[in-house]
Design a protein around this ligand. Structure first.
Ligand SMILES: Cc1ncc(COP(=O)(O)O)c(C=O)c1O
Length: 390
């Protein structure tokens, strides 16, 4: 098989995957070749409406002109500078990210899991040997530390022994959470809206209990905003909609608009917890991804834009309810609904109706369209969904 052919058939790509890639993914039988706005195109030019946005990555949709220009410009100037020297884009992004969130300091990473690894090390540096409390059904990533914070037996058991020092509490039990936190606790990690487990907003009383327990015990409250941050829920950060500020926040996914960037952000009090040599990364915070992330923030960190995200999310949620779908949940453009055979519906929508979304499990379908989606595209997606539901 020729590796230089741009337009390989799907069968060729499947064969190539079998031959060359470790078998960690269960892919659906479509190969995308190009994207524009909310649309993806396969090699034959068929258009698919993208209501997944790379799992909350393509916040500005595909090939957004400002993002493309910023990446092209930076790529032509300088791609990489090791962290042994100074480089302006990453430093400016750090200041900006801090100013629009917790006001402290930033460590850059290359992914969500890595941003959480940084947070795990930071909270342990802050309270040595302290335990980390996590919520049931949370997803914090696949690297060993982040996996240890992800209480899913099927994901964890093959890789035991895990990193010790994590304690799991039920997702809906504020009393259990309160009781689990004490002077031995380094941190409580919370995804304000759990994404991978099927879009489950954490109840206000549990969030409040986490905040109070941390304040009482000196533990740090860490919000994983990797999936729910960067404008996804109609506020720049999901915590703004909850009236609770964490001590540490991790972000990734949508921040780079498609390029791999993650970040761990602190309050001012925690900005100097790490000392020189405590943590590092070759690529993280490099000029290319920083130029992309700055452009994403230029667009998303805007009151009018975020108000529209809320309005568009309400329109989509109302449309889902009008279709008779049950358990419509989430906030902004981070939504899900119940379906008795979610994987089959996802497949039918993709292959017969050319609508891209995602089953988070056997009975749950998730929608994460680009934040730039239009109301016409929302109505079109609802029409395609209605047709698939028959
Ligand atoms: C809430 C949350 N945390 C962490 C991660 C891990 O991010 P990454 O896949 O970039 O390592 C994800 C990915 O889905 C996520 O949704």
């Amino acid at each position: 098989m020729s590796l230089s052919t741009a337009a390989s058939t799907l069968a060729e790509l499947e064969a190539l995957e079998r031959e060359a890639l470790m078998p960690t993914y269960a892919r659906l039988p479509v190969a995308f070749a190009r994207g524009e706005g909310t649309w993806l195109y396969d090699a034959d030019g068929h258009a698919y409406l993208d209501f997944l946005a790379g799992i909350s990555v393509a916040q500005l949709g595909h090939a957004h002109p400002r993002l493309v220009a910023a990446i092209q410009e930076q790529a032509a100037r300088l791609l990489h500078v090791p962290n042994l020297f100074y480089s302006e884009p990453g430093l400016r992004l750090a200041r900006r990210l801090s100013a629009c969130s917790l006001g402290g300091k930033v460590f850059f990473a290359n992914s969500g899991a890595e941003a959480n690894e940084c947070a795990i090390k930071l909270v342990r540096r802050h309270r040595p040997r302290g335990e980390i409390v996590v919520l049931e059904h949370a997803f914090h990533g696949r690297t060993l530390g982040a996996l240890s914070a992800t209480p899913a037996p099927a994901k964890q058991e093959p890789f035991e022994p895990l990193v010790p020092g994590f304690r799991v509490v039920p997702r809906e039990d504020s009393v259990a959470l309160d009781e689990a936190v004490g002077e031995h606790t380094a941190a409580v990690f919370v995804e304000p809206i759990q994404g991978e487990s099927g879009i489950h907003p954490i109840a206000a009383d549990v969030i409040a209990a986490a905040r109070e327990a941390c304040a009482r015990s000196g533990a740090l409250l860490v919000f994983d905003e990797i999936q729910c941050g960067t404008g996804r829920t109609g506020t720049l950060w999901a915590y703004e909609g909850l009236g609770v500020r964490p001590d540490v926040m991790t972000v990734a996914k949508g921040l780079g608009g498609g390029l791999p960037v993650g970040a761990c952000v602190t309050t001012p009090e925690l900005g100097d917890v790490f000392r020189p040599g405590d943590h590092g990364s070759t690529f993280a915070g490099g000029p290319l991804v920083a130029a992309a992330a700055s452009t994403v923030l230029d667009v998303v960190d805007d009151e009018h834009f975020l108000t529209e995200v809320t309005a568009k999310g309400e329109r989509l949620a109302a449309g889902l309810r009008d279709l008779g779908l049950s358990d419509v949940r989430g906030r902004g453009l981070m939504l899900a609904f119940a379906h008795e055979d979610a994987p089959a519906l996802m497949r039918r929508l993709l292959l017969e109706h050319r609508l891209v979304l995602n089953a988070t499990g056997p009975d749950s379908v998730r929608l994460l369209p680009p934040l730039t989606v239009s109301t016409e595209e929302i109505d079109e997606a609802l029409a395609r969904l209605g047709a698939a539901l028959g």
